[in-house]
Design a protein around this ligand. Structure first.
Ligand code: ZN
Length: 290
């Protein structure tokens, strides 16, 4: 998807493009760059003129900022890797002296989430050229995911003491915040992919997000139906009581959920590659020199 761009980098010398012949405001200070060639710097603030001309492409954006996006994706992948390893092999509390194992286990149990959250903050860092950050998908992602983690935290301490209704409401609030944050993150990531430009990847991110939302809506409907139709004795009405049917449904749901996670992980890994690639390019183009 980037073969064409590589060819372009090698064959087009910015100098050959000639001076900018229309009014183009500098992305940093607004100075009119008309008359400059795009490899020159803005005389007012020193930002590469090319950054203002080449539109939104990541490789012509602030290299430090694109580097932050790549760093964010590395942390997110790191968090996912830790979660997978811990799930498969258990948490390595044996690394710590016996007296600290309980505390270590508590910290280790949140480390994947912490890596993921820090990665999300890097990935949603506001671009330097936008002096005032708007309330966009990036903000929704930050607020939602952070709130989801913080609201859930005290549950560890109060789960045994608090009234069941309080625990339930806290869990619902944490889940709503996390889901909202995840949707915000997907919209933000799709926007970044479009600026790669990695259009196919952007489409894949949208598909994953749509399936995610449909899955959440289905899960909510199923649990509401379950709660409403449960009889006080704990039994199920006849149409739901076939054990075989329920077991088959549960099995299929599990296969679908695992399949979705694998698919989403592949897209996340591709997105990480895209951001690392964009960061390397942003550092190597002439836009990074000034
Ligand atoms: Zn300027």
């Amino acid at each position: 998807m980037d073969g064409d761009n590589d060819a372009l980098d090698q064959t087009v010398d910015p100098e050959d493009l000639g001076p900018i012949h229309i009014d183009v405001p500098c992305v940093t200070c607004g100075y009119n760059l008309r008359g400059l060639t795009i490899e020159k710097a803005c005389p007012e603030c020193g930002t590469a003129a090319g950054r203002s001309v080449m539109g939104d492409q990541l490789e012509y954006a602030d290299p430090q900022w694109v580097g932050r996006l790549a760093m964010g994706m590395n942390l997110i992948i790191g968090g996912i890797a830790v979660a997978v390893v811990f799930t498969l092999f258990g948490r390595p509390t044996w690394l710590f002296p016996a007296a600290f194992q309980a505390a270590a286990d508590r910290i280790l149990s949140r480390i994947d989430e912490a890596l993921f959250l820090i990665g999300c903050w890097y990935l949603t860092a506001s671009e330097p050229r936008h002096k005032v950050a708007g309330f966009g998908a990036a903000t929704v992602a930050r607020v939602g995911l952070t709130a989801g983690m913080l609201i859930g935290l005290p549950l560890f301490a109060i789960a045994n003491l608090a009234l069941p209704i309080v625990v339930h409401l806290t869990m619902i609030a944490a889940a709503v915040a996390s889901v909202t944050g995840t949707i915000g993150l997907a919209i933000h990531a799709r926007g970044l992919a479009l600026r790669g430009p990695y259009e196919e990847l952007a489409n894949r991110i949208r598909s994953v997000a749509i399936v995610y939302v449909v899955g959440i809506v289905l899960a909510v409907i199923i649990s509401v139906v379950d709660a409403v139709t449960a009889t006080p004795g704990g039994g199920r009405p006849t149409w739901l009581s076939s054990r075989m049917l329920r077991r088959m449904g549960g099995c299929m749901a599990r296969v679908l959920i695992v399949g979705f996670h694998v698919w989403a992980l592949v897209v996340v890994v591709q997105f990480r590659w895209a951001m690392v690639h964009a960061a390397a390019k942003a550092r190597s183009t002439w836009a990074s020199t000034v």
